[in-house]
Design a protein around this ligand. Structure first.
Ligand code: KIV
Ligand code: ZN
Length: 433
């Protein structure tokens, strides 16, 4: 039912193009309240956390990582508040992170008491530099660390049948790790959890620090998809960061390479340059005719909420949401947009040049689509007069009036809105009398 044309394949002489496309939405996990929160100058207080959680639910996230309860009392208390005050809808699963240490795992289970459903997320570093320099452990010890604590979680899960538990394991720094070793750890974890197609394990592969072009990550994911044991018992998740500015590309290529699930944050909050921007990937899918199963129909409301919770601004040119992304200052762009709007009918596929998405789909209005400054031409000027004041200028008058407007702008150098144009029009042609 989307009005967007799935990216139309065009014939190349010697091959099909594009060779791969994403044809369905992945599973999504928001880690705004965990990875996003831990990177904030001022981590969220309970009021901001709850506001963020409720907004994530409204958007349609079914899996939400809500904190690291064994590492922070605030996170512990927040998990308790969610459970005790009944904030978790029946179809939403909360997830919590833990390190591979018995007391921390026990504390994690304590935080989850009474939850209907939850995922326990265990991580440990696997990369050579972490083994050698930070942990001082060899490969066997790392495998043992992951397996021992996976078994511990499996046993605690069995002891708490009142909660429906899932399990996620992340080999931290996967993208810096030898593939054969990552496979060894992951296979051992899958086995230790006792994964079956009915009781899958989530294996989450992060670019903890993005360190190569995104195709390298996708190649690694493809290799894992083809080589890990019990693929049918594994939900393969990716967790890109954005150190090279290619988090979105890494996620998209990873999905094309066979990943099932994506972790990230709204508008790309997170450590350093951020986690993968979930909104970006979801709306990229949307504009290719694939519904992401997430609702961004009031994107400004979401932006305001995220800005309040994170206490960080969203850039005016941020894809899909920035204040300036549905504006067009150049005259030729404005002209093209105006022409395309004038022939467009409801139900048509979206084919407006220079606008990759209908702003209306995100709750943005057409009013802001055309702005007029010293770079603009007659198209934008007459479009604004027509849509805002119902004045349809004949072509000769469009040219004449746009010259007058240009003079005003050359003098003042300021951007003009519809009301300014109306005033100039009135002054020149005296329409009010
Ligand atoms: O980036 C990372 O490696 C993480 C893990 C805990 C999954 O956040
Ligand atoms: Zn991370």
């Amino acid at each position: 039912h989307l009005k967007y044309r799935a990216f139309a394949p065009i014939e190349l002489p010697d091959r099909r193009w594009p060779s791969v496309q994403i044809t369905k939405a992945p599973l999504w996990l928001s880690t705004d309240l965990r990875d996003g929160n831990q990177a904030l100058i001022e981590p969220m207080d309970p009021e901001r956390k709850l506001r963020m959680f409720q907004m994530l639910v409204r958007i349609g996230f079914k899996e939400i990582e809500v904190g690291f309860p064994s590492a922070s009392q605030t996170d512990f208390d927040f998990v308790r508040l969610l459970i005790e005050q009944g904030h978790i809808p029946d179809d939403v699963t909360i997830q919590v992170l833990t390190q591979a240490r018995q007391p921390l795992i026990e504390r994690t289970f304590e935080s989850l008491k009474g939850a209907k459903r939850a995922v326990v997320h265990l991580y440990n570093a696997v990369a050579p530099v972490m083994r050698r320099v930070v942990l001082g452990m060899d490969e066997d010890q790392i495998v043992d660390l992951a397996v021992t604590h996976t078994r511990m979680i499996r046993d605690l899960v069995a002891a708490h049948p009142e909660t429906e538990f899932g399990y996620e394991y992340s080999p931290e720094m996967f993208s810096n790790t030898e593939l054969a070793f990552s496979k060894r750890v992951v296979d051992a974890v899958t086995e230790a959890w006792g994964a079956t197609p009915e009781r899958k394990v989530i294996i989450n592969l992060p670019t903890t620090v993005e360190n190569a072009t995104p195709n390298c990550f996708a190649d690694m994911i493809e290799w894992m998809v083809r080589n890990i044991e019990r693929r049918d018992s594994v939900i393969l998740s990716v967790h890109p960061h954005n150190d090279r500015g290619t988090g979105t590309a890494a996620a998209e290529l990873a999905l094309m390479a066979g990943a099932d699930r994506v972790e990230g944050c709204l508008f790309g909050n997170g450590e350093r340059t951020g986690n993968l921007d979930l909104v970006n990937v979801a709306l990229n899918l949307y504009t290719q005719g694939v519904h992401p199963n997430l609702d961004f129909s009031d994107i400004d409301d979401i932006r305001r909420c995220v800005e309040h919770c994170n206490q960080l601004p969203v850039h005016p040119r941020h894809p899909y949401v920035g204040e300036l992304v549905y504006t067009s200052f150049s005259g030729s762009h404005q002209d093209a947009i105006k022409k395309a709007f004038s022939v467009r009918k409801d139900g048509d596929v979206w084919e407006i040049p220079y606008l990759p998405i209908d702003p209306k789909d995100l709750g943005r209005s057409y009013e802001a689509v055309i702005r007029v400054n010293s770079q603009s031409g007659k198209g934008g000027i007459s479009y604004l007069l027509e849509t805002e004041y119902g004045i349809e200028l004949p072509r000769r008058l469009q040219i004449e009036f746009s010259q007058i407007v240009q003079q005003v702008m050359d003098t003042h150098g300021k951007e003009l809105g519809a009301a300014d144009l109306w005033q100039i029009f009135d002054r020149e042609y005296g329409v009010k009398q």
